[in-house]
Design a protein around this ligand. Sequence first.
Ligand code: CP3
Length: 333
Amino acid sequence: MTPIKNCILNKDINTNPIWLMRQAGRYLPEFREIRKKNSNFINLCLNPNLSEKITLQPIDRFGFDAAIIFSDILMIPYGLGQKVEFKKNFGPNLGDINLNELMALEDSVFYNNLSPIYELLKNLSKNNKLKDRDLIGFVGAPWTLLVYMINKVSPKNGLSSSFFEDIGLINNLLDTLDKFIKLHIKNQVTAGATIIQIFDSWAGLIENDLEKYLYNPTLSLVNYTKNLGVPVICFPRGISDYDKFCKIVKPSMVNIDYNINPKTLIDKIDIPIQGGLDPKVLLTDKENLKSEVTRYLQIFRDHPYVFNLGHGILPETQIEMVEELIKIVRNFK
Ligand code: CP3
């Protein structure tokens, strides 16, 4: 059994496997080298040779306990025919939605649009390339994809005032997303993903109607993934009640963000937990890193716990600090 599955399924409390969100990314010089020559991020995600190299970079360098495919949650809007661009120092920028076209989209067209991702997964699953490691596939949660598809840019400064104006559009998009996110999950599992993570990066922006935007759509994906026989990790970043989320949605494991005090969860949540550490701690010094990492490990000493961060690793993170982090986690007793 892989280290992460062992933690999730056997509820092993004695080992703390480690991988990091965005481990295949800009803090790695070898990633930046490839990125420099490939200015179109979407095309890079659709190049199975390069995306395989990038997926393996953090595994080769650090020996993390799981690989996460190099891709993006915005590949779903792309697969649905919406224009998606990544502008330097700006972030994602999406085009207008054509709801009629989107609702009429054939499964086979969606599959073809994203087939290089499935090819990547197939290639990575071949020849025992990952040895005793999981291959994590992922999707954006319906709410977070809805946010990008309607808001068209990162809602760093909040949602546009007209966001909820067209409820018909929102309801149709939620239905369409449920269908195609499931298809993307199934295609990834068929191609070799052994775990699925659902990123709900903007879950913290949902103010009303948590049933409609958070619990119901996520539960639908969680049940679907479990029925495929694959564990599913949820990351509803920024929500105030992880306890309630876990009781309703029941993922195989939950990734917590860094605004949650881990101590307050330990008596309430009985499923395996992942993550939590503020990625900014990796920008401080080794002493502080050690005390913060050890704090998480001690709190979760008697709980199945996969070490990870409370959000993606920051591009300015030094390699040395990642090496130190892994050492601290592996040497913890
Ligand atoms: O974790 C991994 O290593 C796997 C790859 C991965 C990427 N994006 C690659 C990427 C994963 C799991 C994601 C998920 C993702 N993408 C999320 C959910 C997690 C989170 O961060 O909340 C979100 C919201 C996105 C959308 C997205 N893609 C944003 C906001 C950005 C950053 C844009 C910017 O300029 O800062 C991206 C781009 C992106 N996705 C990069 C990487 C490595 C950086 C691309 C670059 O080199 O410019």
